[in-house]
Ligand binder design. Sequence first.
Ligand code: TMP
Length: 305
Amino acid sequence: KTGMEKAVESKFSEAMMVVVDDPQSLENKKAAIRDAGPGKLQVIVDFDATLTKYWVNGRRGQSSHNLLQQSNPEYDTKRHQLFEYYHPLEFSPTIPIEEKAKLMEEWWGKTHALLIEGGLTYDDIKKSVANATLEFRDGVVELFTYLEKRDVPVLIFSAGLGDIIEEVLRQKLHKSFKNVKIVSNRMIFDHDGHLVSFRGKTIHVLNKNEHAIDVAAPLHDQFGGIDSSTDDSDSVKKRTNVLLLGDHLGDLGMSDGLNYENRITVGFLNNDDGNSLEIYRKAFDFVYLNDAPMWGVVKLVAEIC
Ligand code: TMP
């Protein structure tokens, strides 16, 4: 047995609670994906609270936004005040979707403006990541490693900050994966290393579907290098079987740019308010509760490719 198989057996415990609404439909999808082979599969995954833990040593794990500490702390306070106001709205099950999308756009706009106004530097990013309360879920490295061996691309699709995610991968994974790419909000720095603007249209949690086309042609590799090979986007488009991982209903829109044949979705319900499980179990094939590790997904991937 490989080390990974042993790890899966020992650490994958049913006690962590997984809910599957329709086991038969899931089995059919798994069989279809397995039969088509790894050459047809791609993985699209959200970053914050999906790849990363919701709780880290009893504290809320920080998102790519929350971990940022600018040299100018007044701006951290301002951004935190926005977080306190908007974050509960983000997960409110009662606000209609169009209204919520407007609120999210407002939040992202204000936060991006504060990062620019506060003069964020790349050096701030490196230091912030080094001090962050952030951990990948157990099993993420094994998941990426398994997929890399089978040449299955992994796209990290995040409404957070791409430059920070890149730095987190660099500092916390201690390993680079040639199959991993990022589609997210990207920063532009001036010659003095200060943030001056963001590239393109803002990605927030509820408009991922509008950016899903970028999934078919991601511009950047894991470390921000421009990937100009059109082969790559072509081959990604031909990968019509999708495994999608997210923690938000909006994450389901991440695959909208692809004309997929089979899609298995995994939702991490990190903070059940008592109303969301019913919605999540209808929306996702698997729902993981209680800040579960990634071992269940590692096991799933081993079954389908
Ligand atoms: P995700 O697409 O990787 O889940 O990232 C988006 C998360 O970022 C979302 O859950 C809200 C969070 N966020 C902050 O924590 N602070 C902010 O200022 C903004 C705009 C978003």
